[in-house]
Design a binder for this molecule. Structure first.
Ligand code: 5GP
Ligand code: ZN
Length: 111
């Protein structure tokens, strides 16, 4: 299995999973760009946010973000959720994932 996130889901790459439900799981990014940087992924290998079938997990993604933000102490000051899709979006791992970023003031617009 080549996909790095599928290997994390299967347990082949040991990773500290900080949240999971039936459809999604989350772990700290290996290369954080903010004091809090969590990667929330689909357990199934869906390539990106516009892949057919994503609608089945969309509610789980939103709920996971809400729970993670609360448990990681991001609710009061706020946070950002990022989904990179494709070449221009800067997607490096072709397995659906969302970045949850917080713990500092984040600039806008992105570069
Ligand atoms: P993308 O650029 O595709 O939106 O984001 C992929 C993210 O996954 C990057 O921020 C990268 O640091 C993170 N990442 C890639 N491989 C691993 C890994 O093996 N473990 C963890 N924890 N994060 C990873
Ligand atoms: Zn995958």
């Amino acid at each position: 299995m080549a996909c790095i996130f599928c290997r994390i889901v299967s347990g082949e790459i040991p990773t500290n999973i900080i949240y999971e439900d039936e459809f999604v799981c989350a772990f700290r990014d290996i290369s954080p760009v903010a004091p809090v940087h969590v990667v929330l992924i689909s357990k199934d290998h869906l390539e990106r946010i516009d892949t057919p079938g994503v609608e089945k997990i969309a509610g789980h993604v939103i709920l996971a973000i809400s729970k993670l933000a609360a448990t990681l102490g991001l609710s009061e000051d706020g946070f950002r959720v990022v989904n990179n899709a494709g070449k221009y979006g800067g997607q490096m791992v072709n397995h659906l994932h969302f970045h949850l970023l917080g713990g500092r003031h984040l600039e806008w617009p992105p570069g």
